[in-house]
Every structure is written in C-alpha cells, then in structure tokens.
Design a protein around this ligand. Structure first.
Ligand SMILES: [Zn+2]
Length: 153
C-alpha cells in the first residue's frame, strides 16, 4: 500500500548509482570509438593490400609500403590493447572495483578517470608516489656524488 514512497526512498538512498552510470557511459563511449577505429583501420589495410595485387613496385616503394603497413598494424595492435584494458575496466566496474584507489581505497575522482581511464591511484596517492620516486632519485644522485668526493679524498 505504501509502495510508491518505498520506491522513492530506495532511489535517493543510492548515491553510487550515478557515478556507476557515468563511468560506464564513459568507458562504453571509448570502447565504441576504439572498435570503430580498429575496424576501420583493418578495412583500410585490407583494401590497400588487395587493391593492386599484381603491380610491380621498385624496391624503394615496396619497403615504404611495408613500413607504412607495419605502422598501421602497430597502431591497430595498440588500440586493440587499449580496448582490452577498457573491457577489463568494465568488468571491474561491474564488480564494484573500478575507480577506487589501489593505495588508500578512496574513490578516484570522475574527472581524473575521464582523463586517465586506467588510473589505479587517486591524485593524492599518485603525487605522493611520484614525490617518493623523485626523492629516491635525488638521494641516489647525492649518494653517487658523495661517493665520488670520497674517492677523491
Ligand atoms: Zn589514494
């Protein structure tokens, strides 16, 4: 009898829903875009390959065409790998594990995920990590130079 009010309550109680939908939409868009690009590229390469199958090219032209083809394939491979990552991200999203910081477990901001869909750390943890790496490099350099001075006596 109080069905309507109950339903309303359950909708407002779920603040995670919006974020999930937004992230899913974002990943889906990227996936569609990549699929289209990969398929388009594969079509291009095939079309070029079958266009003039019997034409004799001089060695220079042949190798240039080969290089171009290699680049095209490398691009396709890169995009295919990105596509795999997006599929993984979508699977993680469904399990509720996507968009959370690997270090502190906090939600990674949507803005950050839009810029870096495969980010595994929040901005703070990433910066802390970068600073730590930088400190380590600086320390290593200092150790290196002090060693150098020690050796000179
Ligand atoms: Zn974090």
């Amino acid at each position: 009898m109080a069905k309507v009010t109950k339903r309303k309550a359950s909708v407002t109680v779920e603040p995670v829903g919006d974020r999930y939908e937004e992230l899913r939409q974002m990943l889906d868009d990227r996936r569609r875009e990549l699929v289209r690009e990969v398929q388009g590229k594969i079509r291009d390469v095939r079309a070029e390959g079958s266009e003039k199958p019997h034409e004799v090219l001089d060695p220079g032209e042949t190798s240039e065409a080969d290089i171009q083809e290699d680049i095209e394939f490398a691009l396709i491979q890169m995009k295919a790998e990105t596509l795999n990552k997006i599929n993984e991200a979508l699977a993680r999203l469904d399990e509720g594990r996507y968009g959370h910081c690997f270090e502190c477990g906090d939600e990674i901001s949507e803005q950050r995920l839009r810029a870096l869909p495969f980010a595994v750390r929040c901005k703070d943890c990433e910066e802390a990590r970068e600073n730590a790496a930088l400190r380590e490099r600086t320390l290593a350099q200092r150790r290196g130079s002090s060693l150098f001075f020690d050796m000179r006596g």
